[in-house]
Ligand binder design. Sequence first.
Ligand code: GLA
Length: 541
Amino acid sequence: MKRILVIAIAAAAIVGCSRASENTVPAGMETPTMGWSSWNTYRVNISDSLIMKQADAMVSTGLVEAGYNYINIDDGYFGGRDEKTGRLLIHPTRFPNGLKPVVDHIHSLGLKAGIYSDAGYNTCGNYWDKDTIACYVGLYNHESQDAEFFFNETGFDFIKVDFCGGTAWQNNQMLSLDPQSRYTAIREAIDATGRKDVRLNVCRWDYPGNWVRDVATSWRISHDISSRWSSLKSIIGQSLYLSAYAGGGHYNDMDMLEVGRTLTREEDKTHFGLWCIMSSPLLIGCDLTTIKPETMDLLKNGELIALNQDPLGLQAYVVRHDGEGYVLVKDIEKYQGTVRAVALYNPSEEDLTMSVGMSDLDLDGTVKVRDLFEHSDLAAIEDGVLSVSVPSHGCRIYRLEADSRLERALYEAETAYLTSYQEIYNPSVVGSGYYQENALASGRMVAANLGCSPLNDIHWKNVYSRDGGDYEATLRVFASEKSKIFVSVNDGEGSLVTVEEGKDGPQEVTVHLTLSKGDNDIRIYNDRERLPDIDCMTVAR
Ligand code: GLA
């Protein structure tokens, strides 16, 4: 918390230096990073001229005007390390003049420059791409020296830090490092350079744990993307229930875009559209110099980009999982206002007719509908239901504007924040909570493995009451044994409710709550005993 505050104050002082300030987004609330990265198309086969040409193309194609402004050099530029001085060396044939002229060129175009490193000794390209020179080039034991080189001497504005060097089987030294302490040390080294505007991307391939928002602007939540439908579907699936961890200038990174390579048109649209509404960084991964017109149109779709760069910085959450389809929604423009963005996503192999009630989206009255792929207004919804045909692997995304906003009644556990949530260690061993499929649960998901520690709890931090007042909250749970559940509001004293063992399915318990005006933090916990699996909570006056 302290770190975020410090960054916010420092960022506020750097007037006009970030896109955030140009957009009048509050300091520390930067929107997801947009730009280009070398990895998806070129892997380690990069060079200074290649990077500079991509930067030039970012400008000449007009992608800059659409909001893309980072040119990120991924793995492949390393040239070893000077044994005596420890200084990082740059690849002699790929970057014969070093990195500085490349960064200067990127900056001269008004763009920002990004670089790549590893938290251990070697990079992933060293292991996977047999880039033998990329050994002992990572940040391990060189945090300060490399940070000084990258950010003060060379002028980079962004760094992605990988973890092959910290994962024993992916490095020769068999180093097995602790991600939290490594990335914290790296953040401290970056801050110690005096540069407070450097964006850090944690690349540990699974959601690392809630410590990550104190150190990073974004963090990967999946293993590497590839230009195949199975890869997209898997990454989207891994991000569906992470909305509680995004926002406030910190984002789940669904990996670099494969748009414009080998996916079908429909899949490209799903890819870009969902990355937008789920507020992932948008790093283009194709060759900008040969980009196809339809790819360019998609990547420049300003109405979708507006969802990604929306100042509220929210990740859409799953409001309905129906058949094989998902409906996701988020506020845009004004928190708890009458405008929301909705996505209807069909990952199945069949075309689907998907429907969602406006009341499920907390909208009321006549609802105006704008199709953000087609840039067209559809007939307004008068009967309270949006029903649309969504092709296999497809997605439809709309901006909805209603007469009025309802208070949200249903809070699914899979949209809640688990204080212990992480995907690196086995949750059964470390005792952390997780989201789990359960066919009988309302959204077919529950939050499981909770309780037994004050830190293994579940929060809905956004239980909104327009005026404040008295509410009844009904918790739906699956209890494999008689259980005690404590419920507190805004850190107040917890109320105790008990549930009997419920072998035959879910049970409901009701508790009276007094909510304050605005957002309330409802916490479910049991410091000493196991909690039942939590399905959802409904709140009503
Ligand atoms: C890992 C990362 C990729 C890319 C490569 C580079 O696999 O997840 O995104 O950076 O390393 O070697």
